[in-house]
Design a protein around this ligand. Structure first.
Ligand code: ADP
Ligand code: MG
Length: 264
């Protein structure tokens, strides 16, 4: 059974894109059929898969435009690309125009869902990378998702936006997508040697640990992550021994085991 997971946090720089890239890679390595959807106009995820964005002709922006105009969607082979064991749908800056148009369209929250639903038979996991806002693109991603992963960088301001994000998710559950679950909070860029990180992790566990799952595996801060991103590689592919890469593999295993628990 396919699970569609949105990776969301309206804060930028919390490792949403890095997490999608590395979880997708690890799920692929574990034999899962995985699709990564770049749903951010900044197209960082796309850049992590392709060297030259001009090689990508049809992006999620074009598919969204077709969906908005009630036109026939392009054939999936035109916009789904492969990179090793991972398939991906690219984005482009044109998605920001789509975002502006979505604000004026009635009932447009389910457009991405309508695009992704027919792909369920092809994949075990569909991971959606979102943009840093709680605007119409993120709402479309959350409306399409079975669950949401919230990456948090354990800095001082980390938890401040969490209440708004959880409120948005609860509203979406009530009004648009009753099935959406909290897959979990993922601690990224952790340095447990520092007191601040220990404190923030403890604070998050206390505030959310009862109602929301927190991934057991925390992603350590590692220079390797930036280096791998620079070369368009997953961390573990870049360096087999990287702790951050191994941590993402563990997160992928947790995701698979969450799915197994839900099915049993
Ligand atoms: P977002 O998509 O939430 O804006 P990114 O995935 O683009 O965040 O990550 C923001 C920055 O942090 C990038 O420069 C990335 O290389 C870096 N980064 C992400 N994860 C780690 C990590 N575990 N250790 C060190 N740097 C990281
Ligand atoms: Mg990003």
């Amino acid at each position: 059974m396919c699970k569609i997971i949105a990776v969301a946090n309206q804060k930028g720089g919390v490792a949403k894109t890095t997490s999608v890239r590395n979880m997708a890679y690890s799920l692929g390595e574990l034999g899962k059929r995985v699709l990564a959807v770049d749903f951010d106009p900044q197209a960082n995820l796309t850049a992590s898969f392709v060297d030259d964005s001009t090689s990508v002709h049809i992006t999620i922006a074009d598919v969204m435009n077709k969906a908005m105009d009630e036109e026939e969607l392009p054939n999936k082979v035109e916009y789904i690309h492969s990179h090793g064991k991972v398939d991906f749908i690219p984005s482009s800056i044109h998605l920001s125009v789509v975002e502006a148009n979505l604000r004026m369209e009635m009932g447009s929250e389910k457009l991405l869902s309508n695009i992704l639903e027919p792909l369920r038979d092809d994949y075990d996991f569909i991971l959606i990378d979102t943009n840093p806002s709680l605007g119409p693109l993120t709402i479309n991603a959350l409306s399409a998702a079975d669950s949401v992963i919230i990456p948090i960088n354990p800095e001082y301001y980390a938890t401040m936006g969490l209440t708004d994000l959880t409120k948005t998710i609860l509203k979406i559950r009530k009004r648009i997508n009753p099935g959406i679950q909290f897959e979990g909070i993922l601690m990224t860029m952790c340095d447990m040697q520092t007191n601040l990180h220990k404190e923030v992790c403890a604070e998050v566990t206390e505030a959310y640990g009862n109602g929301m799952k927190i991934f057991k595996m925390q992603i350590p801060r590692s220079i390797r992550v930036g280096e791998a991103n620079r070369y368009g590689m997953s961390v573990i592919d870049f360096d087999r021994k990287s702790k951050a890469g191994l941590a993402y593999s563990e997160v992928a295993k947790e995701l698979i085991s969450n799915g197994n628990k839900a099915n049993s």
